[in-house]
Each structure stands twice: as C-alpha cells, then as structure tokens.
Design a protein around this ligand. Structure first.
Ligand code: GMT
Length: 384
C-alpha cells in the first residue's frame, strides 16, 4: 500500500505512535509518506520505503495567524496526486482530520477518491475537543473520516459521550517495539545515579498540567522517608519549573535529578525500579507501556485508559487521581521487598508483551484493507 501519514512530529505520544507505525509499515514493504511541518523526531535515518514531505507555512506579514490547516490540505493534495497515495492516515483530530477532509474534497474534483483514517489519541478529544470552539469541526471531521480508531476503550467511549458520532470507532491500542524497549544492563549508569544501591523511581512526561508532575514529587518525598531512593524526572514542559521549586520546598533536591528531554529513554528505564504516572487524564499511557517493557512496574492514577494497561496488584497499582497518600503506600509496598519487586517487574514485562508491535501492526494493516475495499466498492458503484 502507498500510505500518507500526518502527525505532530514532536516527542508527544501521538507523534511517536504515528512515526513508529510508519516505520513498521515501511519495514513490512509498504510505501510510507510522512507529511508534517518538520521531520518527525524518531525519523532520523534512511529507509527506501520512507518519504518525508515538509509542510512549510509562509510567514506572509498579512497573516497574524498563518493558515497551517490550508497549507497542509494543499500539501496533501499535491502529495496524493503526484505520489499516487492510496490512503491517508491522520493522527490527532485537530487540525489533521479536517485538513484531510478538505484535501479529500479537492482530490475528488480530480477524480481521485482517497479514503481517510483518523486516529484519536486523547488530548484531541478529552481536552482540546471538549472546548466548544472546536466541537463542530471535531465532530464533523470524525464523522467524515472513512475509518476512525481510538487508542483505548475509554477514549472510544469518551468520544461517543462528548460528540455526536455516527461512525464506528475501532480500538487499536498503543504498541511497543520490544527490541528497542527492553531491560538492558546499565550497571555503570545505575551506579552513577544510585551509588548506595538506592531504589530508582522514574517519571517521564512533557510536564503539562494534565501529568500532575507535582504529585510525583510528593509521592517521592513519602517514599524517601521510608526507603533510600532516587527520582529521575525525564522530559520538559510548562510544569517543570514548578516541580523544581517544589523539590526545594520539600527538601528532596539531593535525591532528585531533572534530566530534560532524552532520546534514549529506554536506557534510563533500564535502571529504574518503579515508574510514576499520576496523570489526571491519559487515554492510553504510552510512557507507562515503555516502562513496563523495560521491566518497570507502574504506580498510576486510574484515569482514562490506564486500567486497560496497568493491572491492579500485578503490574503495579492504580489509585484515584491526586491520592498521593495511597500511591506512596503502594510504591513503598512494591519497593520494600526484593522478591516482591522482582515479581512485579516480571509481570510488567509479561503485560507489555501483549502490546508487542508484531501483534498491533496487523490490526492497522487489516483496517486499512477494509477501508480501501469499502471505498473502492463505493466509488465503483457510484460510477455505474
Ligand atoms: O500525553 C501527552 O501529553 C501527549 C499525547 C499526545 O497527544 O501526543 O499523548 C496522548 O497520546 C498517546 C498516544 O496514543 C497516549 O498514549 C497518551 O495517553 C495520550 N495522552 C493523554 O491522553 C494525556
């Protein structure tokens, strides 16, 4: 198949899923064209089946707000026509699904009927989409997509309850490349972080409010009172500075390291004993899956799709959002006993294997085939 992928080319979960999916499709012999405003973060190598088309937005002085959606739609028309793409897969509803709809209408005037698959990732629905300003556009562009997927049952239900959706939404969960995300021996690094063999706790996120990174600091303080440990805060974003301030107020700075954005997050996870994800909303929780693949149990909130990933009392524990007390008790319970910790680690890996790329990729491929077939028969019937 010749597939066009549109996504946010950043470190965010939706961009990571889109890029890893594109790479895997290309490895499986499909021709994949990324159409984004900059090179996706994890697409920094050559592959004969991978193409990248930059959407460059003009800074014409008349535009206070450069019309990205229109430029993207034009680029989609151009790439579909000249590369002969068969299907567009857009990740994140805003503005990708609506730009794809516009491109599709324009392409129809050239006699090209390309189907559009939209994948909902979470914040496009739970945060942005619920803003009434976006509601009509999100509703319309989901309903106009030829196929819609969501990354968890929870997100599927949330989409139905917040918008008037007439389309079937297929759940295809996030996936993990277990070759990249696996527990690797990093003794040297572990020793540098935890010279006295302290336990290592990790949080990775974009430090947006929704991640409740301050809860991570508060949970860690309580853990530290009982168990010698270190906390690694990976990533960057608006709440990082507040966390650094809180770290001082709580008097725990000697035990906390802020590492900023990191490419080789699997190496950091390889030395970790526990992953903290107290998010207020999380449609799936890809960062937790990455941790589990590296044999790290998870203390999380029970928000959104997290209960579909983290298994209570098996791969970690889930608590109500903001219940720092319970989260820290559970963290201590896992960390205080070596045998128990190892059992949680093994279970975390076993659960992560259920989301192996090799199991999820065929779900996307067969969904594409289904959408292509029904699109072909619809347009064949219309031509008679
Ligand atoms: O979590 C983020 O802040 C990034 C966000 C995104 O939209 O890129 O991630 C969302 O999509 C991921 C991939 O499908 C999911 O694993 C994350 O749970 C989801 N984030 C939220 O729902 C907050």
């Amino acid at each position: 198949m010749k597939i066009g992928i549109v996504c946010y080319p950043t470190f965010g979960g939706s961009g990571v899923v889109a890029t890893e999916l594109g790479k895997a499709l290309a490895d499986n012999g499909h021709q994949v064209h990324f159409i984004t405003y900059s090179q996706p973060a994890r697409l920094d190598f050559f592959s004969e089946n991978l193409y990248y088309h930059e959407v460059s937005v003009s800074q014409y002085p008349l535009f206070d707000y450069p019309p990205y959606e229109l430029v993207l739609a034009s680029k989609l028309v151009d790439v579909v026509r000249f590369e002969g793409l068969e299907l567009l897969h857009v990740h994140y509803a805003i503005p990708h699904a609506s730009a794809a709809f516009m491109a599709k209408q324009i392409l129809a005037t050239y006699g090209i009927h390309i189907p559009v698959v939209t994948t909902l990732h979470g914040t496009d629905i739970t945060l942005v989409g619920k803003d009434v300003t976006f509601k009509p556009v999100v509703t319309f562009s989901i309903n106009q997509s030829d196929g819609v997927t969501a990354v968890s049952e929870h997100l599927r239900e949330a989409t139905y309850s917040h918008f008037e959706i007439e389309k079937d939404i297929k759940v295809i969960p996030n996936f993990i490349d277990l070759e990249r995300f696996s527990h690797k021996r990093k003794d040297h690094f572990k020793k540098a972080i935890a010279p006295m063999d302290e336990r290592i706790l990790v949080h990775t996120s974009n430090f947006r409010k929704v991640k409740r990174a301050a809860d991570v600091m508060r949970i860690f303080k309580k853990v530290l009172e009982k168990i010698p440990s270190k906390l690694l805060m990976v990533g960057d974003g608006p709440d990082r500075v507040n966390c650094e301030q809180l770290c001082r107020e709580l008097g725990i700075c000697d035990s906390v390291r802020f590492l900023g954005k990191q490419d080789a997050v699997e190496e950091i996870l390889s030395v970790a004993d526990l992953f903290l994800m107290p998010s207020e909303s999380e449609s799936f929780g890809l960062a937790a899956l990455e941790a589990m693949a590296c044999k790290v149990p998870v203390i999380s909130s029970n928000a959104g799709g997290l209960p579909e990933l983290n298994v209570q009392g098996v791969t970690g524990f889930l608590s109500d959002i903001g219940d720092v007390e319970e989260m820290s008790k559970n963290a201590i319970y896992i960390l205080e006993d070596n045998e128990r910790l190892n059992a949680f680690k093994e279970s975390a890996l076993a659960r992560a294997k259920e989301f192996d790329l090799s199991l999820i990729l065929p779900q996307y491929e067969s969904f594409y085939r289904e959408i292509l077939e029904s699109n072909n028969s619809k347009h064949l019937a219309a031509s008679y």
